[in-house]
Design a binder for this molecule. Structure first.
Ligand code: TLP
Length: 344
């Protein structure tokens, strides 16, 4: 049976070139800093992001947690969007592990935080209040439709942070999708940000891993915090090898995923019982069911029987993600299945 899995770009499988690189990777003990392949990946990542150094960690969740632990002490505060992945989907890690206080403000539909909201969230010095330490942005913004934050917007929030003596962290799990969508070098989107993390295991299709990119001093401290949360890996070069291939070979092709997402959104918008939220800027399509002839869970189940997988991410809200494993032909197949399921 034909399966088209649109649940996430995390379901991507490594390319043949990645498997070959993994099999042949030069290895060492990375906790001693002696894995040459990990070291190469870290150097290459820092170069790409325009930072002094980088650190390989097992997941995007750990990349965000280790970054926030490195910026903030107990009781300090992070300003972030109420739709931020780190707030909604990372098991409350900053408070669970770090005793760090999340201060949420509303995300706008385009994934931005309103500068006026950021300003009013910054705490004055007062013994009653937590100390504000960090502002966190997410680019692309997952729950805001895979939206892209622009170079100008990002720079304006960096300037605001500087004005108030605050630090900036960017959850750039899909920062390469943003750069490809805007047609800019990724460094434009990370300029002057204190810490940026990105994932190898989403659209870039490597099996495991994320990078934290920042100054040398920050990375030295982050290495300690990675150890605290058990993220020090040994012969991790076997994973880093796939990551190096991902960075070389998988970035430009993200444009194909974006084109497939647009095609999917256009096709779904033509089906009267579906309401697509907006034209996708990257690889995510969000939609709702606009009929009560069947329930949201029935739609998911019936489409699953037809070989089309996607996620429910709200009461009547679905997410469909294009990626390396999805071809243009798969999009045609998916559209046919939706039409048949909803028309019959
Ligand atoms: N997002 C996943 C899961 O939440 C399901 C997905 O399928 O989109 N930041 C952002 C913006 C993310 O979207 C994710 C993963 C993470 C961080 C965490 O990365 P991992 O899964 O590697 O811990």
């Amino acid at each position: 049976m034909r399966i088209v899995d649109l649940r996430s770009d995390t379901v991507t499988l490594p390319s043949p070139a990645m498997r070959k690189a993994m099999a042949e990777a030069e290895l060492g003990d990375d906790v001693f800093g002696e894995d040459p392949t990990v070291n190469r990946l870290q150097e290459r990542s820092a170069e790409r992001m325009g930072t002094e150094a980088a650190l390989f960690v097992p997941s995007g969740t750990m990349a965000n947690l280790v970054s926030v632990l490195t910026h903030c002490r107990r009781g300090e505060e992070v300003i972030l969007g109420d739709q931020a992945h780190m707030f909604r989907y990372e098991a409350g890690s900053m408070s669970a592990v770090g005793s760090i206080h999340p201060h949420t403000i509303p995300n706008q539909a385009d994934g931005t935080l309103n500068p006026a909201d950021i300003r009013s969230a910054i705490r004055p010095s007062n013994v009653h209040f937590p100390r504000t330490r960090l502002i966190l942005l997410e680019n692309t913004h997952n729950r805001c439709g895979g939206a892209v934050l622009s170079v100008e917007y990002t720079a304006s929030v960096v300037a605001l942070a500087r004005e108030h003596g605050l630090r900036m962290h960017l959850d750039g799990a899909r920062i390469f999708n943003a750069a490809v969508s805007l047609g800019v070098d990724v460094k434009e989107l990370t300029r002057n940000i204190d810490s940026v993390c990105f994932c190898l295991s989403k659209g870039l299709a490597a099996p495991v891993g994320s990078l934290i990119c920042a100054s040398k001093d920050f990375i030295a401290e982050a290495r300690r915090n990675r150890k605290v949360v058990g993220g020090g890996m040994r012969q991790a070069g076997i994973l880093a090898a796939a990551g190096l291939v991902a960075m070389e070979e998988m970035v430009d092709r993200l444009a194909d995923d974006h084109a497939n997402a647009r095609k999917l959104a256009e096709g779904l918008a033509n089906i009267s019982s579906l309401a697509v939220e907006s034209q996708p800027a990257t690889n995510m399509v969000y939609m709702r069911l606009s009929t009560d002839l069947l329930s949201p869970s029935q739609l998911v189940d019936r489409m699953r029987e037809r070989g089309v997988f996607f996620l429910t991410v709200g009461e009547n809200r679905f997410r469909l993600v294009t990626h390396y494993g999805i071809s243009e032909g798969d999009i045609d197949f998916v559209l046919t299945q939706f039409s048949e399921c909803l028309v019959k």
